[in-house]
Design a protein around this ligand. Structure first.
Ligand SMILES: Cc1ncc(COP(=O)(O)O)c(C=O)c1O
Length: 387
């Protein structure tokens, strides 16, 4: 698979494996922004924003789309729109972004109880997992009936098997439950599995489709659903302060990769992740989950590896890492892949001599960043890890 070439100013992401959000806008995107429409999108008057919303909605076989500033906003307003009469609950995977990484939005914005479920197969929730954890609306006044199932595809880089989604959908319909998808990386799922976005769209009532993860746009997410749903979601977007006025520039930037060969770009990044996963397997380095797409999750706890040592080994080879999740995107080079292999290998060997005590409190989020001042000088380092 071929590498993506960028002029020097834009290649800062080539060695950044902290997340697939670290891609930088391309010259083509910058040019597209200059040529964008300049209408007011809050009033529905911006042509490029409408084009983006309709393009993504059609790709996902939905009537309408709503451009949102972030995946968090599009997930949270989708869930708020689905839920109307508390008390109620949402069922999701215990690792779901909507539950673990959206600052209690489900409790605060939707007044919902959450039933987080650990998948019995370790990877993804099956219909049986859902059936054994959902709260039925059977007249028992003590419970908070499940109204919504929220699934993530991909989750930890794992592609949800289509047959399982079809089974879950049929059961949701029989039981009057709505089905939302956090499709921040549904593009990766579609590229890897060959299942068209349209087919995923036919299964879910709503999908939050991110543009700024693997797809490389600097900002945004499109929430898709039927017309009535999107109309109400637009109301909640406004309530949350998420209306963007002249968003044509952002829409045009996002459309660049949507109109490019995004499947090949993503499959290239997946091939790097697959190669790293194979390398880890050969070295006996344990992984947390199958590396189906663009992530390799090293099981730091099982390997007794110190995340700080891993990050330092990365820096030795000029590679940016963040905890045990190694993220690939289309701007990562093969050279970076070779370097990260060396870094991981050395951190693993170090752990054999100096096993790390991972029994501290479990943190459910992780990040590693350096804030800069107006001159670009580093002023503060922030680190949080999940062990
Ligand atoms: C699976 C998933 N959903 C939603 C989000 C939220 O996206 P944003 O950072 O744009 O709010 C992320 C962010 O990384 C994510 O990984």
């Amino acid at each position: 698979m071929t590498e993506f070439e960028l002029p020097p100013k834009y290649i800062t992401a080539a060695n950044d494996l902290r997340s697939d959000t670290f891609t930088t806008p391309t010259p083509e995107m910058m040019q597209a922004a200059l040529e964008a429409s300049i209408g007011d999108a809050v009033y529905g008057e911006d042509v490029d924003t409408v084009r983006l919303e309709q393009t993504v909605a059609r790709m996902a076989a939905k009537e309408a789309g709503l451009f949102c500033v972030s995946g968090t906003l599009s997930n949270q307003i989708a869930i708020r729109t689905h839920l109307t009469q508390p008390p109620y609950s949402i069922l999701c995977d215990y690792r779901a972004h909507v539950y673990t990484h959206e600052a209690a939005g489900l409790a605060i914005l939707s007044q919902a109880m959450v039933v987080p479920v650990i998948p019995s197969n370790g990877d993804y929730l099956t219909l049986e997992d859902i059936k054994s954890h959902y709260v039925p609306d059977d007249g028992d006044i003590h419970g908070a009936p499940t109204r919504l199932i929220s699934l993530e595809n991909t989750l930890h880089g794992i592609v949800y098997p289509l047959e399982e989604l079809v089974r879950i959908k049929a059961w949701c319909m029989e039981n009057g439950l709505k089905l939302h998808c956090d499709g921040a990386r549904i593009w990766n799922a579609a590229a890897q599995s060959g299942v068209p976005l349209k087919q995923y769209g036919e299964i879910f009532d709503s999908i939050s489709i991110c543009l700024s993860k693997s797809m490389g746009a600097p900002i945004g997410s499109v929430l898709v659903g039927n017309l009535k749903f999107i109309k109400k979601a637009t109301h909640f977007r406004k309530q949350q302060g998420g209306g963007i006025r002249q968003s044509g520039m952002m829409a045009r930037m996002a459309l660049v990769n949507i109109n490019n060969d995004w499947k090949s770009q993503l499959l290239y990044s997946h091939s790097l992740a697959h190669e790293l996963a194979e390398f880890c397997e050969t070295k006996g380095i344990p992984l947390e989950s199958p590396a189906d797409t663009n992530f390799v999750f090293i099981n730091l706890k099982a390997a007794r590896m110190d995340p700080d040592v891993l990050v330092k080994k990365g820096l030795k080879y000029n590679v940016k890492l963040m905890g045990g999740r190694v993220s690939f995107h289309y701007q990562v080079t093969r050279d970076t892949l070779e370097k990260v292999k060396l870094a991981i290998s050395e951190a693993f060997d170090y752990a054999k001599e100096h096993p790390f005590d991972c029994n501290g409190p479990t943190q459910i989020y992780r990040s590693e960043s350096t804030e800069v001042d107006v001159d670009g000088n580093a002023i503060r380092e922030i680190k949080t890890y999940k062990y």
